[in-house]
Design a protein around this ligand. Structure first.
Ligand code: ADP
Ligand code: MG
Length: 352
């Protein structure tokens, strides 16, 4: 009966568009935390405090001491495709976590969102959005930085709410997100607090800002997050190849794991879950580990942003290298070299 009732094409309204986009950007509370903490880092924060309740389902509050948002800009911050981070002329020249201008409008479409912020030298202001409807900007009290509060995530999308896991599982996923970002930014202090049940709030993770040079700071942070045993058994990696730079720490084969949980990979400061890089890590240890053991490592690839596309998925956890073989080769040869050298050192010590 096509032709009988001809379908009508309509333009969706902003609220519907934002709810659709939110489905990709905000999968669960941990993805909301990731977006908000990344915003704080992009704002140059040195201290970031995250408070959650009920696994982030009823409350996520991120407080930072970054540059703040001007009161007049608050409605723009909540508008789709509005960003202070790129001008759109070069989508491969990206130096910030964010650039799509989607997180805040998406969060405002699926939860109750309030932003209070203050730019140095200006008055503090706040704005709220609920069900996609923005409030007027109001005067507020805040000494500096930004507080973003997200309540009742997915209250407007019950189907999504059903997919949430237990408070415990969601809290753990949030902890994971914060730990990865804390590894990427060792000079920033992070706190995660659970304020469920009206209590004072149990601190479930704290990492004070590290000091010293970057390697020392990273080493300290990895000891804090992965464990001192990892840090004591980790080889320092620092190698380059054709414009790609690999740094970080990789554990000796003797400190291997029965699962791949202690594998942390970063590309240009961004935590990624990338099959290519995980495969390269495995391949590097191939001669040193039995098949049921997994290497532990925190590795950072730095390169010209033009050599890697981070705009593969809205959550930006996958990347696409212009030359995947080169990225793989860098990891495999860099780690093999370090492992072989460590082996030599160990055997020459034994030999006296
Ligand atoms: P994006 O991060 O991709 O730019 P968002 O929707 O996450 O998009 O944020 C929109 C804008 O709001 C940002 O570009 C930034 O200017 C501002 N903003 C968001 N969070 C903060 C924050 N914590 N501190 C300062 N500015 C912020
Ligand atoms: Mg953002």
């Amino acid at each position: 009966n096509i032709g009988e009732s001809q379908p009508i094409i309509r333009q969706l309204d902003d609220a519907a568009i934002n709810r659709i986009a939110a489905g990709e950007v905000v999968e669960r509370p941990a993805s909301a935390v990731k977006e908000l903490v990344e915003n704080a880092l992009d704002a140059g924060a040195r201290r970031i405090e995250v408070a959650i309740a009920n696994g982030g389902k009823t409350l996520i509050r991120v407080t930072d001491d970054g540059c703040g948002i001007a009161g007049t800009d608050l409605p723009l911050a909540l508008s789709r495709h509005a960003t202070s981070k790129i001008d759109g002329s070069d989508l491969l020249d990206i130096h910030t976590f964010g650039f799509r201008g989607e997180a805040l409008p998406s969060l405002g479409a699926v939860g109750r969102l309030n932003i209070t912020s203050r730019v140095a030298g200006q008055d503090a202001a706040s704005i709220s959005v609920e069900g996609g409807k923005m409030s007027p900007v109001k005067p507020a009290a805040l000494s500096g930085g930004t507080i973003v509060e997200l309540r009742d995530l997915f209250y407007a999308t019950p189907a999504r709410l059903k997919f949430m896991r237990s408070d415990r599982a969601e809290s753990q996923a949030i902890g994971d997100v914060i730990k990865r970002l804390a590894m990427a930014e060792p000079f920033v202090g992070f706190t995660l607090r659970d304020v469920s049940n009206g209590g004072e709030g149990r601190v479930s993770f704290r990492a004070d800002a590290e000091t010293g040079d970057l390697f020392d700071a990273l080493h300290g942070r990895l000891a804090r997050i992965i464990g001192t045993e990892f840090a004591e058994n980790a080889l320092r990696i620092d190698t380059s190849r054709e414009g790609l730079h690999l740094t970080g720490y990789a554990a000796l084969p003797t400190y291997s794991r029965g699962s791949s949980v202690a594998q942390y990979l970063f590309v240009n400061g961004r935590p990624v879950k990338d099959k290519l890089l995980v495969g390269a890590l495995r391949a590097a240890y191939f001669d040193f580990l039995s098949r049921d053991r997994h290497p532990a490592a925190a590795l950072f690839i730095e390169c010209d942003p033009h050599l890697v596309d981070v705009n593969v998925h809205p959550a930006k956890s996958e990347v696409r290298f212009r030359d995947p073989g080169m990225a793989r080769g860098l990891i495999v040869s860099g780690l093999r070299h370090a492992l072989a050298e460590a082996g030599h050192r160990a055997s020459s010590t034994v030999a006296g």
